[in-house]
Design a protein around this ligand. Structure first.
Ligand code: NAD
Length: 433
């Protein structure tokens, strides 16, 4: 009997390794049809999941209902599984180089549990070649088994978008690859159990790895172009969003907007590709330029805010700024690699006093990660400038009067990164990207 059939008959078990934004939803989705072990190295997170709590705050407790899943932090429990899905983080280090630590450590945990006939599928975003050249040797070393002969490997990139209730695991086409035709078909059949939108069979593991990384690189480079245009249009003295509104009336104008590119995907994945390119002797100019522009935007916004406050004849050392939003994007609690922090750092480098609020972020996490104390509420009537850094739904209905009430005088500056309020502000000094 092949692995797909065994899983369906519950004669084999799937283990999902790494239960974060990606791993937990996929584990729960599978656990509605097959037997699943959810493994994570973080015992605190495991304890929460054992009580039907998603530590990433994406899923409600009803998502755990009717699932055949056992959560564990004990790597020995992985020995009970035959089909492994690895969804651990693939971050970059301080020098913007890939940090393969988690994916190699997860490979070691799976390697020590691996048996003949098992399958190991990587979902973590990596550069083309990582699964076969970096991860498979670890599996072989720990298990003493041979890839493609004793066990099969595969790759299936994850395309979910945190906070997006429309594009979910079931409704996004899943790209799937295996180390040979037979394994690709088996893996595809397993994913078809949970993917309504269908499965796309990739030519090879490297092809599937590359497809994911170019999706995010394409977005990054396109946003970088719009960010650069916004710097130019600011010098011209016109609003970028007004220009985009005009340009977008042409059928083939691409719909990108300027902004801070944070998070652990778009701002990170292109570095995996440029790393691979460099190893192959090619310096990726366009991708690196895009990264440079996008990574500079937080500091640019900070400087523009300082300029606007100075133009009001104020002493910058006495100025107080309110930053609304700290997460890496709207309506999520994730603060990792948030570029709002760059805005705040730029402001504090001028010795300004900065208050930060965010209805979605966890105050302890923000303190731990960035040493910033989130305020539960803004201090009314005290700010020289307000920066709407993240367009959380809670801010959507703000009026000019709401912003005025936050300012200390009638020379208040409103910095609106996403241009949300540009048609509504008449009296305040207004600036957007
Ligand atoms: N979050 C997204 O929207 C998204 C979308 C597409 C792809 N991805 C990719 O998916 C991968 C996972 O991302 P994520 O956002 O789910 O990460 P995450 O940080 O939310 O979760 C990772 C989980 O893995 C656990 N973990 C870390 N090392 C481990 C190990 N060695 N063994 C077992 N568990 C371990 C952590 O404790 C954590 O619970 C990354 O490669 C990311 O680039 C993420």
């Amino acid at each position: 009997m092949m692995i797909y059939e065994k899983l369906r008959k519950k004669e084999a078990t799937m283990a999902v390794v790494g239960l974060g934004y990606v791993g937990l939803p996929i584990a729960l989705e599978f656990a509605r049809s097959i037997k699943v072990i959810g493994f994570d190295i973080n015992p605190k997170r495991v304890a929460q999941m054992q009580q039907n709590i998603d530590p990433s705050n994406e899923l409600s407790s009803s998502a755990f209902d009717g699932c055949d899943i056992t959560f564990t932090a004990n790597p020995d429990d992985l020995k009970k599984a035959q089909f492994f899905v690895i969804a651990v983080p693939t971050p970059i280090n301080a020098s913007n180089q890939p940090d393969l630590g988690p994916v190699l450590s997860a490979s070691r945990s799976v390697g020590q549990a691996l048996k003949k006939g098992d399958y190991v599928i990587y979902e973590s975003t990596v550069y083309p070649g990582c699964t076969e050249d970096d991860c498979a040797p670890v599996l072989e070393e720990l298990s003493g088994l041979k890839t493609g002969v004793d066990f099969k490997i595969g790759y299936s990139p994850e395309r979910i978008n945190p906070g997006d209730k429309e594009h979910t695991i079931r409704t996004i086409v899943k790209v799937v690859a295996g180390c040979d035709d037979e394994s690709r078909e088996e893996i595809a059949k397993v994913y078809e159990v949970v993917i309504d939108a269908g499965v796309h069979r990739a030519a090879s593991i490297k092809t599937a790895e590359a497809s994911k990384i170019i999706e995010n690189t394409q977005r990054d480079v396109n946003i970088a172009l719009i960010n650069e245009l916004s710097i130019i249009l600011n010098r011209v003295g016109i609003n970028t969003y007004d220009v985009l509104e005009c340009a977008r009336t042409k059928w083939n104008f691409l719909n990108f907007t300027p902004g801070l590119v944070g998070g652990h995907c778009i701002g990170v994945d292109p570095y995996y590709l440029t790393h691979k390119a460099r190893k192959l002797g090619y310096h990726a100019r366009v991708i690196n330029s895009g990264r440079y522009v996008n990574d500079s935007m937080g500091f640019y916004v900070g400087k523009q805010t300082v300029k606007r406050i100075l133009e009001q004849g104020k002493n910058i050392l006495d100025a107080r700024v309110l930053v609304m939003g700290a997460t890496f994007k709207e309506n999520v609690s994730d603060i990792r690699n948030s570029k709002v922090i760059d805005v705040i750092r730029e402001l504090t480098s001028f010795s300004m006093h900065v208050d930060v609020i965010d209805p979605h972020a966890e105050p302890e996490e923000v303190k731990h990660e960035y040493d910033i104390d989130l305020l539960p509420a803004p201090k009314m009537g005290s700010y020289d400038a307000v920066i709407v850094a993240v367009n959380h739904k809670e801010y959507m209905n703000y009026t000019e009067n709401d912003f005025k009430a936050l300012m200390c005088d009638d020379k208040g500056v409103l910095v609106d990164i996403k241009g949300l309020f540009r048609n509504d502000i008449k009296d305040l000094v207004y600036w957007s990207l």
